[in-house]
Design a protein around this ligand. Sequence first.
Ligand SMILES: NC(=O)c1ccc[n+]([C@@H]2O[C@H](COP(=O)([O-])OP(=O)(O)OC[C@H]3O[C@@H](n4cnc5c(N)ncnc54)[C@H](O)[C@@H]3O)[C@@H](O)[C@H]2O)c1
Length: 375
Amino acid sequence: MKKMQTAIVGCGVISEVYLESIRENFIMLEVVACSDLDKDRMNSTAEKYGLRPAALEQILADPEIELVINLTSPAAHYSLTRQALEHGKHVYSEKMLAVEFEQAAELCRIADEYGVRLGCAPDTFLGGGIQSAKYALEKGLIGKPLSGVISLSRDYRVYGENLPHLYKHGGSVLFDMGCYYLTAFASMLGPVKRVSAFGTRTEDSHKVRRIGSRFFGQEITLDDCNVVTAILEYSCGTLVTLHLNSSSILNETFHLELYGDCGILRLGDPNTFGGAVRIQKPHNDEMIIPFSHGFQEQSRGLGAAEMAWSIRAGRPHRAAKEMACHVLEIVHGVLKSLDTQSVYLMTTTFEKPKLLPEGFIGKGFWEPEEESALI
Ligand SMILES: NC(=O)c1ccc[n+]([C@@H]2O[C@H](COP(=O)([O-])OP(=O)(O)OC[C@H]3O[C@@H](n4cnc5c(N)ncnc54)[C@H](O)[C@@H]3O)[C@@H](O)[C@H]2O)c1
């Protein structure tokens, strides 16, 4: 199968993780070029990974490059993805598709119009942890999922000192971390019907005090709520409580749980590929369920690789633009509900992605190709 020539745009923190993982795990993706507005970052990434440093225009004009992986800061996603789609490139975008819901919906329309693929998700949802949880749910191990809990506490005052987009609209906790939890549940439960939320913004701005930070001394304003609670009603009937607090302590806590009529499922950290999944059945101690799926270790690039194989084979890819657009609408539904003090009715929907094939181990595939684990 012909490899897919790929360019990475955005040579920041996550690009290195992507490049290492793609090199190790995904032969389908042949990364040939990288680009960044910050020339030093672009050149050092190019040198380290043997890539061609290139301006965006050069990438877009190169007919050999079929796929652009967008790893820029959230505010740049829309314009960059749009340009790439309009130049006939397939695009895989890191979470989220765009900052505004209307922009994401427009990108979906443009991808359809130009007949190219658009994929987006935190691709951890394809990892062994969440796939095993989805498998357990679909096998009926907890029965009907009646309710669920999403909860995360973090300290963005610390993380944001190196990644100031975390203070900005589009990068705040609902977008940046909420998407891991919302994507995990979207892939397991399907679409949300209604959203009702409360939230607060506990501080107006933050002064960067980390010595050595590129942003030392800067005063950065907080755009969005940093403490959010909401109720999500899924179309399948599940009621989920959402709680996100990005001004808590650095010792992160999280809960991602589904309560069914004959069991409880506790997922691992959706920001990882191999979080252990626990099940509780009546009259039994809680136990860890065995992984049914591979990709339990760092596998960034999995979503893009799965999309590339799907393009070659002409089948739909799992990190579908419709699911990503829906997840972004949930986030905006929360913000709208806060603003209007009313229940937000969702307007988009999507097909739940199929499970990856079960039974693969380690990095998720046997020789000679990873496709067998991604069909
Ligand atoms: N850091 C993480 O752990 C992590 C994990 C998963 C996903 N992500 C996502 O990946 C993306 C990048 O995150 P990061 O942590 O690497 O951020 P970062 O700030 O370290 O890097 C972003 C890079 O994008 C570049 N950039 C911005 N606008 C650009 C444009 N128009 N054209 C070219 N380059 C541009 C910046 O110069 C910067 O080098 C974000 O969407 C983030 O949500 C980050």
